[in-house]
Design a protein around this ligand. Structure first.
Ligand SMILES: [Ca+2]
Ligand SMILES: [Ca+2]
Length: 271
């Protein structure tokens, strides 16, 4: 059966409007909006980029995974973004800390997931945590990708690593988080405190960065090309204007010119 004229018109509008939904500056009268320059990320296509790390969960306001309780390691997280202008696939990429492989190492490998430009993904340590959306598939794990983007975390794709032990977490005094590509090749390493640098093969293209001391807050990258700095106070969406300002923003990393409107967190408070 053919489409009616009305249905055809709606279909045509939907296709047109679905084209480019990235955040754009307001048009100026009589002219085209200027293009928003997107800073160049330090990692090459098709790698994701680590944008935020919570390695020392604060004793006050430490419930980063928002399950109602503060867990010493369960609330730790790593946030990444697709910093490129094309979609990437993150299945097979691995995050791990400096511990040797085993029950005391934090380690998480992504299942298949396509990340569109500007989309954000968060991996919570998850030890002894019960995240909202874990039971209905909104939160993914090492075996299954999330069924949808998580509205409580800036519309990011959210995972739990379900770390098996409190020892399988980041060391506050010094540690690092390494990102490996699906072949096991180091892509990015963020180091803090007194941790020794990882041993990398000669000629490695791994991006090695020092993280500013961020005990009590997360370390968040200043833009795509900036350094990791202590996170400024932030009020997560949906918590109300009287909610406390938080020292992290899992799932929220907005890049003008790259972040798409549908990926922007709903605005319900200060940013
Ligand atoms: Ca928690
Ligand atoms: Ca963030």
């Amino acid at each position: 059966m053919g489409r009616t004229p009305v249905v055809t018109a709606i279909w045509f509008l939907a296709i047109c409007c679905a084209g480019d939904t990235r955040a754009q500056p307001a048009p100026v009268p009589g002219g085209e909006p200027p293009p928003v320059p997107v800073p160049k990320a330090p990692v090459a296509y098709p790698h994701p980029l680590i944008t935020e790390i919570l390695y020392a969960v604060p004793t006050k306001n430490g419930d980063a995974n928002r399950d109602g309780e503060r867990q010493t390691t369960g609330d730790e997280f790593v946030e990444l973004i697709n910093p490129h202008d094309r979609a990437i696939r993150i299945g097979g990429y691995t995050l791990h800390d400096s511990a040797k492989p085993g029950r005391t190492q934090f380690r998480f490998t992504f299942p298949q997931l396509t990340l569109h430009p500007g989309q954000v993904v968060v991996v919570f340590n998850g030890h002894e945590s019960a995240l909202k959306g874990e039971s209905d598939g909104t939160v993914g794990d090492g075996a299954t990708s999330p069924s949808k983007q998580h509205p409580d975390f800036g519309n990011a794709w959210v995972f739990t690593a379900r770390a098996p032990s409190t020892r399988a977490g980041f060391a506050n005094g010094g540690d690092w988080v390494m990102l490996l590509d699906p072949r096991g090749v180091p892509v990015q390493c963020a180091i803090w405190g007194d941790a020794e640098k990882p041993v990398l093969p000669d000629g490695s293209a791994c991006v090695v960065e020092m993280v500013a001391d961020s005990n009590g807050v997360s370390a968040q990258r200043r833009g795509l090309d900036g350094p990791f700095e202590p996170h400024p106070p932030y009020r997560a969406s949906g918590l109300g204007a009287d909610a406390p300002l938080m020292p992290f923003s899992p799932g929220v990393f907005v890049v003008p010119g790259l972040t798409r409107l549908e990926d922007m967190p709903p605005y319900k408070g200060e940013r």
